[in-house]
Design a protein around this ligand. Sequence first.
Ligand SMILES: Cc1cc2nc3c(=O)[nH]c(=O)nc-3n(C[C@H](O)[C@H](O)[C@H](O)COP(=O)(O)OP(=O)(O)OC[C@H]3O[C@@H](n4cnc5c(N)ncnc54)[C@H](O)[C@@H]3O)c2cc1C
Length: 435
Amino acid sequence: MADSNPVLRRLSSESSVSKADAVVIGGGVIGLSTAFELASRGMLVVLVEGNKVGSAQSMRNWGFVRQQGRAPEELPLMIEANRKWRELEKKLDFDIEWLQGGNLRLTNSPQRAEEYRRWIDMARSFGLDSKIASPAEIDQIIPGFQGKYLMGIVTPSDGQANPIKVVAAYLRRLRNLGVEVYEDFPVDAIVTAAGRVVGVQSKDTFLATPIVVVAAGVGSGALLKGVGVDLPVQFVRQTVALTTVVPSFTQACVWTGEIGFRQARSGNVVLSTGGRGDVKIDAGTIRSLMSVTHFRHSASMYWKNREYLRIHPYELLQVFRGEQRNNDYAPNYEDIENSIRVIRSYFPNFDWDVTLAWTGTIDGTPDALPVIDTSARPTGLVIATGMSGHGFGIAPAIGDVVANLVIHGESHFDLSAFRIERFQDGTVKNPHHLL
Ligand SMILES: Cc1cc2nc3c(=O)[nH]c(=O)nc-3n(C[C@H](O)[C@H](O)[C@H](O)COP(=O)(O)OP(=O)(O)OC[C@H]3O[C@@H](n4cnc5c(N)ncnc54)[C@H](O)[C@@H]3O)c2cc1C
């Protein structure tokens, strides 16, 4: 057999081949949490990261750990994740600035207010503590707040953590567990033979393994395409700013539709554009839109989120002209200006200014639900990706679920909504939209 198959022939002759029970591709929180859970159950794990661990979304996010607003399909997993966050500091033996200060969402839209009421009823059926926040409660959560909103919902059990410390904590713990972590190791291909995964290839290095977990965020689509698996994802760039230190005023994560914010332990405020972002258009996006199914899903996703998403026609022009874009990491200064203006109007007594700004690119699936799947061919392929802007909070549960799928072949969570096949078999739903 090995003689006739070039991959197996190389496997048996290659002396530098390293063998692992599982290779995790992607050093974001999903890959880190998965590697941690697999290694904690005694597996020999190698984690490979094309750049630096955490350097994509996982250290650039806002640090909200919210159950609030999650789709019913995702909620049981997120409630489990919340339970795990409360123990994570101890489990990782690291101060990650975990704070269970609640999540407050405000709106001025009567339609949204109605959606929130319905969502609260749904969430209560899962035992969640979400409720409508009275004006007095809002004042207690964000004292001195001058914004005027029609309605608010609060979930006191939600929390927050420092994304940079979370990545550092997982990384340190992985090393303690003996997980080999290779940075600057971009995987070019998942190698298969006779319908099974046999390893991963990066430039001239081959890592042999029977199990590959694809947790590569925006890089997952290309890797999966190489093994014939189609993942329809769109990318949205968002700008985040860090303000100067202001006096301590809230422990909650707050989202008003216009902006989102949380005060870090340092006193700086992580300030977001409230969900607004720029749809990334490149040659890959255009290619993917050639498929009628992808086009339909993308159009529906865009329409549902149209108040937040911006499309720049000149980017389309650049693709057709074959021009390279170099501004993928440039923050959107108009967004920063707007966010600062809004937070000044909310809290006029504070001296607001910006110390830092950055961007991050979100990988969004058409229904804004992740893909968690072990059933796709080739055998040994595990997909844990497409976190659609929610992956930081849910990561501890995803790692656990994936480890159970790999080791026991099952999970006690209903994962049917997360199958990759949903994009092909017509069962994909419209995105639930309640950020
Ligand atoms: C601005 C912003 C704010 C957000 N705020 C929140 C929030 O408050 N709460 C929340 O829950 N979520 C939030 N998110 C979403 C959350 O950050 C992501 O869902 C989560 O970090 C995804 O983790 P990941 O491991 O799947 O992907 P990533 O963190 O993107 O990691 C994937 C890794 O794979 C690597 N990779 C890619 N291709 C390859 C390859 N071929 N070979 C090797 N490595 C490869 C990349 O370099 C990258 O490091 C936010 C995201 C952004 C951008």
